[in-house]
Design a binder for this molecule. Structure first.
Ligand SMILES: [Fe+2]
Ligand SMILES: [Fe+2]
Length: 285
């Protein structure tokens, strides 16, 4: 069952490509052509108009108490079956499959790092916000710092920010805006979405994962930084040391989005073991 977010986008924008055909890696994240482009652009237009400093602070207050729902990790994974991500030009099948595919890709490449496998499973669980009634532009898609001028590699940068009130505000519209040079990303207010929510949720519930895991989840959608090479002037030494981990994670987030769907029933016991080790039981969302 899909959640109604306007007309069912998976029906309106059904890709006419053969879903079984293996994808060329260069064709992922193509924002200039493709059957899903209209819905992707519409999501970013809304996001880049309405994600402001004030909006992000309100969302931290609204969700920072984690009183939305009590559920286990695997219950959250199952919830994502009701969601198709409108901002993603590459996938048109439910996110729970993407969670297992990403995790399995990491497991094959890094068999010794069980915590990293779990990051694959967890990284998009913040998308449960859509199922809590939040609009997709406040949950999914690439992230960017609010409170300063967007940099060139932000997707649709030239055509989507003209109605954002922060860019008329002298406090928030210069290159550094409200930040100091090299203040560190921990001091930067990112646009609100599933990355930041999940990072805060993991801290709140005291997940016993290494710092790299928290970092990958918090910044996995910050494409203008980890892939575009922008926003280096806000980074600390620690951010630059963590960047290769985020980039390593990104490989699996991107290139495992193929429609060969994993056998979830077969995989569940392995991931239940990791959940029991790092983030057991009923959690606060
Ligand atoms: Fe994500
Ligand atoms: Fe993902």
């Amino acid at each position: 069952m899909k959640v109604a977010v306007g007309p069912d986008p998976s029906l309106v924008y059904r890709p006419d490509v053969d879903p079984e055909a293996a994808k060329d890696k260069g064709s992922f994240r193509n924002y200039t052509s493709g059957p899903l482009l209209d819905r992707v652009f519409a999501t970013y237009k809304l996001m880049h108009t309405q994600q402001t400093v004030d909006f992000v602070r309100k969302k931290h207050t609204q969700f920072g108490g984690f009183s939305y729902k009590k559920m286990t990790v695997l219950e959250a994974v199952a919830m994502l079956d009701g969601l198709v991500d409108e901002s993603d030009p590459d996938v048109d099948f439910p996110n729970s499959f993407h969670a297992f595919q990403t995790a399995e890709g990491i497991r094959k490449a890094h068999p010794d790092k069980d915590w990293f496998h779990l990051v694959g499973l967890l990284h998009d669980l913040g998308k449960v916000l859509v199922l809590a009634g939040e609009p997709q532009w406040a949950v999914v898609g690439d992230t960017f710092p609010v409170g300063c001028r967007p940099q060139a590699s932000v997707v649709f940068c030239d055509s989507t920010f003209q109605d954002n009130p922060d860019l008329q505000d002298p406090r928030y519209s210069t290159e550094f805006g409200m930040y100091q040079p090299h203040c560190g990303l921990e001091n930067v207010l990112m646009s609100w979405g599933h990355d930041e929510y999940m990072y805060q949720m993991m801290k709140f519930n005291k997940f016993s994962l290494p710092p790299e895991a928290f970092y990958m989840i918090r910044f996995h959608s910050f494409y203008p930084w980890h892939t575009g090479g922008d926003y280096r002037q806000l980074c600390s030494e620690q951010d630059l040391a963590m960047l290769p981990w985020v980039q390593e994670f990104n490989k699996f987030d991107l290139y495992t989005k193929c429609p060969g769907l994993p056998d979830v029933d077969e995989l569940r016991p392995y991931y239940q073991g990791l959940i029991d080790k790092y983030c057991p039981g009923v959690l606060s969302w």
